[in-house]
Write a protein that binds this ligand. Structure first.
Ligand code: MN3
Length: 205
């Protein structure tokens, strides 16, 4: 029996993030876009039972062992599945509204102060040309940095650990914000579930 990847259920209602992210956007983003990544990933793996047994993190962390014929499909759709599965937890309503003092200390050490981090991360999202993601990542030495990736590429594909990520594809904001990506990014900061960010940071140490 194959081990199919499954669309995770949201732990909150589509309208729970309003007015920052509208219900229709959430419904399409989760139920159509994320669902399509899962379906396309499962289709790509259909003839590869050994790869079907790997969990999603293991699969996209080692794209070099994925056969070339399906590598791009696994990269795009596996990356999409993994990134979005995290994203729904980063924007869960009702989480901690600010980083733990420990994480804030680390952000201050890396970016001057907390506002410096917010500014740098926002810029990474704003300047990502076309579709992609902005990231706060930790490297193997536990050093924090900010950057962005194109398409559905995930930091785990280059050995980095995602601590916080923001989807800046137009499908994430266009219904409500149209071309105003900067306003969407600004709104994102009031949604961040810092409890989950902190958990990922602690796990990376
Ligand atoms: Mn998306």
């Amino acid at each position: 029996m194959s081990n199919l990847h499954v669309l995770p259920e949201l732990t909150f209602n589509f309208n729970a993030l309003e007015p920052m992210i509208d219900a229709k956007t959430m419904e399409i983003h989760h139920g159509k876009h994320h669902a399509a990544y899962v379906t396309n990933l499962n289709n790509a793996l259909a003839n590869y039972q050994d790869l079907q047994l790997k969990d999603i993190l293991d699969l996209i962390s080692h794209l070099d062992v994925v056969p070339e014929t399906i590598r791009t499909a696994v990269r795009n759709n596996g990356g999409g599945h993994y990134n979005h599965s995290l994203f729904w937890k980063w924007i869960t309503p009702g989480g901690a509204k600010k980083p733990s003092s420990n994480l804030e200390k680390e952000l201050t050490a890396a970016f001057g102060n907390f506002d410096g981090f917010v500014e740098k991360f926002s810029q990474a999202g704003l300047t990502r040309f076309g579709s992609g993601w902005a990231w706060l990542v930790a490297d193997k030495m536990n050093k924090l940095s900010v950057y962005s990736t194109p398409n559905q590429d995930s930091p785990v594909m280059e050995g980095l650990t995602p601590i916080l990520g923001l989807d800046v594809w137009e499908h994430a904001y266009y219904l409500n914000y149209q071309n105003r990506r900067a306003d969407y990014i600004k709104a994102f900061w009031s949604l961040v579930n810092w409890g989950f960010v902190d958990k990922l940071y602690m796990a990376a140490r």
